[in-house]
Design a protein around this ligand. Structure first.
Ligand SMILES: Nc1ncnc2c1ncn2[C@@H]1O[C@H](COP(=O)(O)OP(=O)(O)OP(=O)(O)O)[C@@H](O)[C@H]1O
Length: 266
């Protein structure tokens, strides 16, 4: 890790609660240019909440969040033009074509509409979607929508990309292209903050893995470093170990037993 540079993301003492439920309990984190952070944790651990706080979409937290060195609570939203976001579930404007949608998104990020459209068309072509550029998004398949989302997050050449299950719905060929795009962007100094439950992908693409559980960071390091401290050989195993989970067989057995309960009445 090159800590000679300033962090692009710096979080100090981040606490967040939703009514009486404490979701984040003092997260401290510094992320540096060129890192691909695999941000993982069990369902409900607070991953999306952390990301939404950094995006300025969730307020009411305590602690300090600095992006590009500036406290995001200072009221200056200029940093948002330098970040891109792929949410896990996104509302795309179905009635628009990709050309219209991506032109509009480009404008939101401060691009000239015609420049955004022209760039979007080339990027669509590279992801095998040239035929769909002028089609309404309503007619797109799941994977096609995901590709449009990915393009919309990167169109303005952001310095930080926040990605929530970005490979969702993509075929194996597209997955290879997109993973390679992330690696190339990181090599160019872009920072990628990647949340996913697909452990083998996180294991392979992340330069640094951060595991949160119960609102705290419980592991932080490269896959090799995490592996050294663990008895497990895979990230899936390390995840299970660090989240104290070893009951999958019992639970699956009980689940199947409950499903089969009605059978005796036949
Ligand atoms: N708007 C909200 N109002 C109340 N509680 C919320 C809200 N958003 C999230 N939570 C709660 O905060 C906790 C963390 O949610 P969050 O979405 O950050 O988890 P996550 O780690 O992203 O989970 P997943 O892996 O399932 O996507 C959960 O208990 C959730 O119920």
């Amino acid at each position: 890790m090159n800590h000679a540079q300033e962090p692009v993301i710096s979080i100090e003492g981040l606490w967040m609660n939703y009514s009486d439920r404490m979701v984040l309990r003092g997260i401290d984190l510094a992320v540096y240019p060129g890192q691909i952070i695999g941000y993982i944790g069990p369902n409900g651990a607070g991953k999306s909440t952390t990301v939404k706080i950094m995006l300025g979409l969730v307020e009411g937290y305590t602690g300090t969040v600095r992006i590009f060195g500036r406290d995001i609570s200072d009221g200056d939203a200029a940093y948002k033009r330098r970040i891109g976001y792929v949410p896990e579930v996104a509302e795309l404007y179905d009635s628009l074509t990709a050309k219209e949608y991506l032109g509009f998104i480009g404008e939101l990020y401060g691009m000239k509409r015609t420049d955004a459209e022209e760039k979007a068309e080339r990027l669509m072509g590279l992801l095998n979607l040239e035929h769909a550029f002028n089609m309404r998004i309503a007619s797109y398949s799941k994977g096609m929508r995901q590709k449009v989302l990915l393009i919309s997050s990167m169109l303005h050449d952001p310095d930080i990309l926040f990605l929530d299950e970005p490979l969702s719905g993509l075929d194996a060929n597209s997955v290879m292209i997109v993973k390679e795009i992330f690696a190339s962007l990181a090599a160019r100094g872009k920072t990628i903050f990647y949340s996913s439950h697909i452990m083998d992908v996180v294991e392979k693409i992340s330069s640094r893995i951060i595991l949160i559980n119960g609102g705290d960071i419980v592991a932080d390091g490269s896959f090799a470093e995490l592996k050294e401290k663990s008895r497990e050989g895979s990230l899936e195993g390390i995840f299970n170990e660090l989240t104290g989970f070893d009951r999958f067989r019992d639970i699956a057995g009980e689940f199947v037993a409950v499903i089969g309960e009605g059978d005796s009445n036949d």
